[in-house]
Design a protein around this ligand. Structure first.
Ligand SMILES: Cc1cc2nc3c(=O)[nH]c(=O)nc-3n(C[C@H](O)[C@H](O)[C@H](O)COP(=O)(O)OP(=O)(O)OC[C@H]3O[C@@H](n4cnc5c(N)ncnc54)[C@H](O)[C@@H]3O)c2cc1C
Length: 404
């Protein structure tokens, strides 16, 4: 956590971010230098840059500028033998794997050189919550599937599905637009008039204020609070995820909303893809989920010690099972940054396991056709599987460990 410096160089429009920095520290450092630059990454300010960039990293700038990993220019890296290297020394294959191939697999990244991206001096945000009969809410979400992935690249409208303890469902539309509110209003009115957003709900602000707006920090927080490494509401968390390539029917969406209604501690987040995500090839970096994905679904639950975790874990599995016919399949695609241990784990001490094949069970869900190349790179850079974890990329040279 002390390896958290961010060195911004406006002349080259880039920054070096040390491996222990958080997204909030990165965002704050950029904003302290200029209001004309930002960086595409996720919403949680306490998320660490290294795990995040290693798995991809997506946020409201994703449809315009892609993932964090798409904007990594170089790294400072230490391999299993203690060799210190950058992009030039490690070669393009290892550099490819470090961008989207998942954290903790290849070595330690101690610094990331990132490309800063242009943001206008004012951006527009909104957060509008709809309640009402499930059928009407489902119709609104149904339409969103035909709008959000196709909007101007600078527009990002995501949906949060939540429920109250009285089993009422809330559908919250969170919008971000790289431009002024009048433009944002006109785009929404033209493409998605059903959303019926009041004029005063479109809020103009600076990019760094928009980071705070979406950060989940308590009301009254300031951009200074983005630098805090500590989250006040600590809870347990379980996540799963899917990709949607064909619009889900209204009936399918109604069923999902009914399932959300029964669990006040669970939510579904629908994050639009399209834009530049459609124009980057599946194998340009290790992160593979690109063209043809309309949106990603994150299923997530939060709970504290006193809660009944069995109930919550069984809810998330039931929703995931219910969604099976509606989402990408063969393999069922999943985002590695929403790590899901239900997909399987390696037992490195079991001599009977072929770990490369065992890890394919989740490796192909996280990395699709890039899995085999990741195993190849792993075998080059960390033949002895020094960097391993229960859902890691295995080296094909090591079949088991006597002990860990
Ligand atoms: C509150 C919250 C909000 C989130 N929002 C988003 C979002 O908007 N968009 C999105 O894409 N994701 C989001 N995520 C998911 C997030 O991207 C992942 O959880 C990510 O793995 C977190 O990285 P970390 O470094 O904080 O975590 P860690 O658990 O520390 O690391 C994750 C993995 O990376 C490895 N790792 C860590 N540091 C290094 C390093 N220096 N070198 C090599 N490997 C390393 C670890 O060993 C581990 O395997 C969110 C998560 C949370 C908890």
């Amino acid at each position: 956590m002390n390896l958290n410096r961010v060195i911004v160089d406006l002349e080259s429009e880039s920054a070096w971010v040390e491996g222990g920095a958080t997204l909030g520290e990165l965002y704050s450092a950029i904003a302290a230098h200029s209001s004309y630059y930002g960086f595409p990454a996720g919403l949680g300010p306490t998320v660490g840059v290294s795990g995040h960039f290693s798995g991809g990293g997506i946020g409201v700038l994703g449809r315009k500028y892609g993932l964090s990993a798409d904007n990594v220019l170089d790294v400072g890296f230490i391999d299993a033998e203690g060799r210190v290297m950058g992009r030039a020394e490690m070669g393009e294959e290892v550099f490819w794997a470090l961008r989207g191939g998942g954290g903790g697999n290849f070595g330690v990244v101690y610094g990331w050189k990132v490309q800063l991206v242009h943001v206008p001096i004012r951006v527009t945000c909104f957060s509008v919550t709809k309640e009402g009969p499930i059928h009407e809410l489902a119709q609104l979400i149904y339409k969103w599937q035909f709008v959000a992935p196709y909007l101007d690249d600078g527009f990002h409208i995501s949906i949060y599905l939540t429920a109250s303890t009285s089993k009422e469902v809330y559908v919250t539309f969170k919008g971000f637009y790289l431009g002024l509110r009048l433009e944002a209003m006109s785009i929404v009115n033209q493409h998605y008039p059903e959303l019926k957003i009041d004029e005063e709900e479109y809020l103009e602000m600076s990019w760094i204020e928009s980071v705070l707006y979406f950060s989940g920090l308590p009301k009254g927080s300031t951009t200074q609070n983005l630098k805090s490494r500590y989250w006040s509401d600590k809870s347990y968390i379980k996540a799963k995820s899917d990709y949607v390539r064909e619009p889900i029917s209204i009936e399918g969406l109604e069923g999902a909303l009914e399932m959300v209604a029964i669990e006040p501690m669970g939510l579904l987040l629908l994050d639009p893809y399209g834009g530049i995500m459609d124009r980057i090839s599946n194998d340009s970096i290790a992160f593979p989920h690109r063209k043809g994905n309309l949106y990603n679904i994150l299923y997530v639950s939060f709970w504290v010690e006193e809660d009944d975790d069995n109930r919550i874990l069984s809810w998330i599995k039931k929703v995931y099972d219910y969604m099976t016919p509606f989402v990408a399949s063969n393999p069922r695609a999943t985002y590695v940054n929403y790590l899901d241990l239900d997909l399987g784990t390696i037992d490195f001490t079991n001599k009977d396991d072929d770990i490369v094949e065992k890890a394919r069970a989740w490796g192909e869900k996280y990395f699709l056709g890039n899995y085999d190349k990741l195993v190849k790179v792993k075998t080059i850079i960390d033949q002895q599987n020094v960097f391993n974890h229960i859902q890691g990329i295995p080296s094909s040279s090591v079949q088991y460990h006597d002990e860990l």
